[in-house]
Design a protein around this ligand. Sequence first.
Ligand code: SF4
Length: 506
Amino acid sequence: MASTPEDIRKAALPTDGQGCHAGKDEMLRAAKAAGKSETLDQYAQDYPAGPHDQPQSMCPAFGSLRVGLRMRRTATVLSGSACCVYGLTFTSHFYGARRTVGYVPFNSETLVTGKLFEDIREAVMALADPALYDAIVVTNLCVPTASGVPLQLLPKQINGVRIIGIDVPGFGVPTHAEAKDVLAGAMLRYARAEVEQGPVQAPRGGRSERPTVTLVGEMFPADPVGIGRMLEPLGLAAGPVVPTREWRELYAALDGAVVAAIHPFYTAALREFDTAGRPIVGSAPVGYDGTAAWLDAIGRTCNVPQAKVDAAKNSILPAIRAALDATPIRGRITMSGYEGSELLVARLLVESGADVRYVGTACARTPWSEPDREWLEAKGVRVQYRASLEQDLAAMVEHRPDLAIGTTPVVQKAKAQAIPALYFTNLISARPLMGPAGAGSLAQVVNAAMASKHRFDDMRSFFEGVGTGHTTGIWESLPKPREDFKERYRKQVAKQAAMRKTEEPI
Ligand code: SF4
């Protein structure tokens, strides 16, 4: 049963502006009371949390925002606190969005009276020009989700422009990777219903003559091309990549003979493929073993005769072996990230000869990364799903790697300890990984980083003795920590809090 607007206001507003993930339980309670139970329960099932509540990563909504911004003829509208929208649009333009992000602002009055929903509907009506758009994506951020702004009541289409309303709160969707899945899943669900109702638009380049393999997961642009070459001898072709770049590609994606869950966290999207009767294959064609196993799995699923699969393997595997042997990686590596492709990269590093001890991923464990987890663990690599920053750092301290690949805070800590480090998102995941092209691509950047160890040592010895923490810098007399001051303030703050509590109306 929905709470009164006043209940919602009380629950949602005090948390607005306290920063991300503050008051998570209260926000969740408010959102559920405001009619979002079904959505949030589905998220809890699709994106299980734990061992801790939330990986330390960016605002999840950035994932779905970026997916929408990269699609042709698609408008995106955000509904959320101005500070959140500022941060999200700033980041999207930093990453080269070159698109307008729509925003429907609110204040406490429009939020609690239901006027915000009317404003959103008006904005969508004004925007829905079929000459410009195939779809409009409207996203509820934390506060409108907690307040139950009912995007599900928006018209399904206006003048032929599809309207997709999604809730992407930080208290319900753990990572930006999984937020991509929220939007991809919602679009596939819509497109699947269209397919069921009758004929739909063909892909821009026409339908493939061969059965296709739909590829799930954002990847380096050369990878789908490389995968297409590997599939040719099997009589198959690479299909669209999901998230797609255009609405009509969704139909072609649903039309694939098989779906390759290259990135394993697309739970909602894969559910749509499953409902459409499409078989799903996990892992990806990375390295020698990975490519061999993946081609076998695809061949098996598509009933390709084994002789043909073996011929395909014989034509590609020697080139992968040659690329791996030509560019070996020697050194100990710990790795972590929040893109969802961490296990694939780790496989490639191990096959290149690296001594990988730990792989942390912010994403949850799913059936589609099981082959990678099993392979890595058989090689002695510890795999940590839903890894926290603390776990990533502890692994670095324990293994003292020659190279730490990780998120920004991991890289920062590593460099402070004179351990060469690379940022996963910008330097590792933005490279080809599949087939022979992927086999050699990591070695150059990884080996160059490991070779820079002496520079860190030089820097460390140069700055030796300048102090750390509160004594950082050159001092005539070192600043002394004054625990007595801090203790006094702590007591004062606690006293004030206790007084406020006694003054609260019962
Ligand atoms: S919408 Fe994103 S930035 Fe805003 S409070 Fe939620 S998680 Fe934080």
